[in-house]
Design a protein. Structure first.
Ligand code: ADP
Ligand code: MG
Length: 320
């Protein structure tokens, strides 16, 4: 039961669960990822057009350390996928009812397996017409059913927060994967809350997500040195909230506050930060004047929008 607790804390929110599933779809090279979340029912469904799962792997999936991404120590050094430990589905198999339906291109049949409470209830070819083209559907029912207190907390207090967190995490994945079409649907009312169409650059995904008024006045940056690639964009003005700041290493969003503060500082010392709101369109200037008194005294700093993506060899940093 100690192990159980430890593992449940690895996925302790709906957002973490959705991220793990979406990362698996990305690892499977999906270009179309559709996610349905019904927060009240603790239900998640994700549909992708990735490489699918072989029938052999289907039998092992959901077991602890069952991964197709990393087999030796040597592999670990070169892993370029999000996953490499085989923990997420094993954890989900214990804390929910987990159904996996997958069609592998080398295999005529579509396979299905269902796990609950860490036990496999079913595995084999399926007549279900749900999946004919290669790809995978994963359905989570009754997430956290073994944790009634957590469920009660989420449904009573954190419901809107949690959906917002799911939205934010899909947005941040979509930004760093512009070539993937993402759809996030609130399954309780069938409303799409995130949609991106596959495109060439992160800046156009940013425009799709947050609108062209925020996306104007964004400056692209690019640099490359010693195997490290630095690319992205930042705003030429500061905002009074920290929304829309994204820093990634090898497509993984980094949540270390120190880095974000440092970038804010550099921005505020740069000519862009110092220049303040000079030369802005009138409407932004009046917005600035309006907020100046209240915000500038309380929050003298301004926060730029930025999207920074460092790409470097997996060997020069610690993935955990
Ligand atoms: P990891 O990602 O660390 O390998 P997971 O528990 O997240 O571990 O997934 C276990 C295995 O299940 C993966 O290694 C992969 O082989 C398979 N898998 C999971 N989701 C998908 C998917 N959407 N498409 C193809 N294979 C998948
Ligand atoms: Mg994974």
């Amino acid at each position: 039961s100690a192990i159980r607790k430890l593992r449940a804390s690895f996925i302790s929110t709906v957002a973490q669960c959705v991220v793990e599933l979406a990362q698996n779809s990305l690892d499977a090279l999906a270009t179309n990822i559709e996610i349905h979340v019904d927060m009240m029912k603790f239900f998640i469904q994700i549909i992708d057009n990735g490489t699918g799962i072989t029938p052999d792997d289907m039998e092992k999936i959901g077991q602890r350390y069952a991964t197709s991404k990393c087999h030796t120590l040597e592999d670990l050094a070169h892993v370029t996928t999000y996953g490499f430990r085989g923990e997420a589905l094993a954890t989900l198999a214990e804390i929910s009812t987990l159904e996996i339906i997958s069609k592998h291109p080398n295999c005529y049949d579509t396979y299905c397996t269902i796990l609950k409470g860490g036990k496999r209830l079913q595995c084999g070819p399926t007549r279900s017409s749900k999946r004919k083209k290669p790809g995978t559907i994963i359905i989570i029912r009754d997430l956290f059913y073994t944790y009634p207190v957590r469920r009660k907390y989420i449904s009573e207090n954190a419901f809107t927060n949690e959906l917002e967190n799911v939205k934010k995490s899909i947005e941040s994945l979509a930004l760093v994967h512009p070539q993937v079409t993402f759809t996030l649907v609130d399954a309780s009312n069938d409303i799409k809350i995130v949609t991106t169409r596959r495109t060439a650059t992160s800046i156009s995904t940013f425009r799709q997500l947050f609108g062209s008024s925020l996306a104007q006045n964004l400056e692209s940056v690019y640099a490359e040195e010693d195997n490290i690639k630095f690319e992205g964009f930042f705003s030429l003005r500061g905002f009074h909230t920290r929304q829309h700041q994204y820093f990634y290493v090898n497509k993984l969003l980094i949540s270390c506050n120190k880095i974000y503060k440092l970038i804010d500082e550099i921005f505020n010392q740069s000519s862009f930060g110092k220049k303040n709101y000079e030369g802005l369109p009138l409407e932004s200037r009046s917005e600035y004047l309006k907020y100046k008194k209240s915000f500038m005294t309380r929050y003298p700093e301004k926060y730029p929008i930025f999207f920074i993506h460092l790409t470097c060899p997996a060997t020069i940093y610690d993935k955990c």
